[in-house]
Design a protein around this ligand. Structure first.
Ligand code: NAP
Length: 357
């Protein structure tokens, strides 16, 4: 499914009266508002916004306070805010020409109602606030997961292939649902042009980003453990399926987001993945393990069976992502946005494991 071009509507639920789209940037250069700038995607995007002469100002919205200047993000003004608060969003987006929406809960460690309020309602709040202030472009980070893990998915999916909710994984269900909801919001026209990126798994030095990998009080431990992935000291044998997967580096996701933010190509949906399709065995080897390969089919069958177990905790629902391959064709992003990833999938993995000072 390609996300349709926005055509606006009035009045907007929760969005007030749209002021109409800005015809040109306010003053010299764009003002770009970014929700969730402190996560993995923000770490790829914000340095590019900082260095780009077309961008004059950046507004960063997150719940946890941070000092943009300490990160070298001198164009950014931090606005504390929550995507569940429409008024805070409208205030923060006041002068925005472009809104890039990255705020999301991914791991599923929060209660389901909270996750839905932030991910689904929050994303609609952000789109409507962007429309209410007359932003010209809305850039949303969807995911390969929006395609779902279905038996009839083709070997390589392009953007014409429909996004369909997965059977169990809340994240994939919300990503598919949101693409449909955003397309419906944008369909009447007049609002911001809708850009939807569908990246594969994203790696790089900030892979953990703003995520709580472990629940509750274990969250700081999880962040410490997973934020420094490194090779094993000894080659431990591990059983891994030949399941195919694509990876992409955070800097290459950042460059795709930037191209959308400046309107380098037409609005719509874009698949984003580094070159090359790896297997879980390739990943294990890069970690210094000794992969003992098993064929993909039985492992995928086991993942499907496990995903059907009732009352799985949300974080365990991620097993469904291994139930069937979801491999994307990225030709459209290259041809229409002019996107050129600097890292292959394997190089993205190696950069993640590279020791850092
Ligand atoms: N990482 C991947 O592999 C991957 C792959 C495909 C697609 N995506 C999508 O890309 C987007 C960004 O992912 P990411 O990996 O950068 O996420 P992340 O590392 O978990 O960062 C999430 C960001 O959102 C902010 N946030 C969370 N809840 C918020 C709320 N209620 N209000 C305002 N801000 C909030 C967080 O800051 P605070 O907690 O301080 O608010 C943080 O800045 C998501 O939509 C994700 O689904 C990610």
């Amino acid at each position: 499914m390609s996300a349709p071009r926005a055509r606006g509507r009035s009045p907007r639920p929760g969005g007030g009266r749209p002021r109409g789209r800005r015809a040109s940037p306010t003053g010299p250069g764009l003002t770009v508002a970014v929700t969730g700038p402190t996560g993995t995607f923000g770490s790829g995007l914000v340095p590019l916004l900082q260095d780009d002469a077309r961008v004059a100002r950046v507004v960063g919205i997150a719940r946890r306070p941070f000092d943009p200047a300490q990160r070298g993000w001198t164009k950014m003004t931090y606005r504390q805010g929550d995507v569940r608060d429409p008024e805070a969003l409208r205030q923060a987006f006041r002068d925005a020409d472009v809104v890039v929406h990255l705020a999301f809960l991914i791991t599923g460690n929060a209660p389901r109602a909270t996750t839905r309020a932030i991910n689904v309602d929050g994303t609609l709040n952000v789109y409507r606030a962007a429309a209410a202030v007359g932003a010209r472009r809305f850039v949303y980070a969807s995911s390969v997961a929006a395609y779902g893990f279905h038996a009839d998915n083709p070997a390589r999916m392009d953007e014409e292939w429909p996004v369909r909710p997965a059977a169990r994984l809340f994240y994939a269900q919300e990503k598919a649902e949101l693409e449909h909801l955003l397309a419906a919001e944008a369909a009447p026209g007049g609002g911001p042009d809708l850009y939807v990126l569908r990246p594969s798994v994203v790696l790089g030095p900030d892979t953990v980003g703003g995520k709580d990998v472990l629940p509750g009080p274990l969250a700081p431990v999880g962040r410490w453990l997973f934020s420094r992935p490194r090779r094993l000291p000894l080659p431990v044998p591990v059983v891994v399926p030949e399941h195919p997967l694509q990876l992409v580096h955070q800097d290459d996701v950042g460059s795709a987001l930037l191209l959308c933010a400046v309107g380098a190509g037409p609005p719509g949906a874009y698949n984003i993945a580094g070159d090359g399709v790896l297997t879980a065995g390739d990943v294990a080897r890069e970690f210094g393990a000794l992969p003992v390969r098993v064929p993909a089919a039985p492992a995928q069958l086991a993942a499907r069976a496990l995903a059907r177990v009732p009352f799985l905790p949300p974080v365990a629902e991620w097993v469904e992502a291994a139930a069937r391959p979801a491999v994307m064709d990225t030709t459209k992003a290259r041809e229409q946005l002019g996107w050129r990833p600097r890292y292959t999938g394997l190089e993205a993995l190696r950069d993640t494991l590279r020791p850092r000072a």
